[in-house]
Design a protein around this ligand. Structure first.
Ligand code: 13P
Ligand code: SF4
Length: 299
């Protein structure tokens, strides 16, 4: 079966669009109507007129699309695609924290489940976190669950931020030695790192930013070589848009295994059978939407 042809037919028949995160397999990125980072994809989901959205990413991303677009059918090619970081915080623990710290503004990363967003004052993604934290700079803040991004903002700008003990395991594994080793091998390369890396590692970057931020940086740069400190899926788009530039992945650990589970066959079955549909409890959804709308307002 030619999955690409069949997927394109089904998309037209059903008034559906496919959104894919840059960490997806290349073949899935190529069949998507829109590629993006977690921020861009949430905006596209909100503004689209399509009846069906097929979200190729991890579960919190599909859930975010559903929270912002409750009238649309949001489908994902697998029933559950967990994000390690999103599972580093539970509503029970956050509620306990809030009771003990009623004066702290709760800023949650979009890499969280809907119940955490519902308990938050504002959400952020890696592409707008620093801007939004600046908005709250005179407040006492809890930034959850990504300890590394929070440490970056706290150390760089001196904000009053409480840290949560969560992280992304693959970005957290990057080390200063990885950077020094690759810089020695490729002395002319610029270093671009996702801020989910540890502070000492992200501080060595020529640019630290979201996946879309890294792609925009490369597209605009007149340099030819780049060391990439984020998930390997991003290389597909970087090479497509910049065939004459060279990219070196900072460490071979940079593979998000749940992002890589989705195949073209899964996308086809998802559209054909209209499953797996994302459902979010309405009370949680409407509260979570407020935190996401606040993010869109401040972005
Ligand atoms: P972006 O905000 O750059 O899309 O990152 C999402 C993510 O899961 C990074 O690990
Ligand atoms: Fe989550 Fe890390 Fe995968 Fe991003 S790369 S989806 S933070 S586990």
């Amino acid at each position: 079966m030619n999955y690409v042809e069949e997927i394109n037919k089904l998309k037209k028949e059903k008034n559906a669009i496919i959104l894919a995160h840059y960490y997806q397999k290349g073949e899935v990125q190529d069949v998507a109507d829109y590629l993006g980072d977690s921020y861009n994809l949430s905006v596209i989901a909100k503004n689209s007129d399509a009846k069906i959205i097929v979200f190729c990413g991890v579960t919190f991303m599909g859930e975010t699309a559903k929270i912002l677009s409750p009238e649309k059918k949001v489908l994902m090619p697998h029933k559950v695609l967990p994000c390690k970081m999103a599972n580093d915080i539970t509503a029970k623990d956050l509620l306990e924290y809030k009771k003990k710290n009623p004066d702290r503004i709760i800023i949650s990363y979009v890499n969280t489940n809907a119940d955490i967003k519902a308990l938050s004052d504002c959400c952020v993604t890696s592409s707008n976190a620093l801007k939004i934290l600046e908005h709250y700079k005179d407040k006492k803040i809890l930034y959850c669950p990504d300890k590394n991004l929070a440490t970056y903002a706290k150390n760089k700008y001196g904000y009053d931020i409480d840290l949560w003990n969560g992280n992304c395991n693959i970005h957290d594994e990057l080390t200063v030695d990885d950077v020094n080793k690759l810089k020695a091998e490729h002395p002319n390369a610029l270093v671009l790192i996702h801020p989910e890396a540890r502070f000492d590692v992200a501080s060595l970057a020529d640019y630290a930013g979201s996946t879309k931020g890294i792609i925009d940086y490369v597209n605009k740069s007149d340099k030819d070589e780049f060391i990439i400190g984020t998930e390997c899926g991003i290389i597909h788009e970087l090479e497509k848009k910049n065939p004459n530039k060279k990219f070196y992945l900072l460490n071979k650990c940079l593979v998000c295994k749940f992002m890589k589970l989705i195949s073209l066959e899964d996308v086809y079955n998802c559209l054909k059978d209209e499953k797996f549909e994302i459902k979010v409890d309405e009370e949680i959804r409407s509260k979570a939407q407020k935190a996401l709308d606040k993010m869109l307002e401040l972005s």
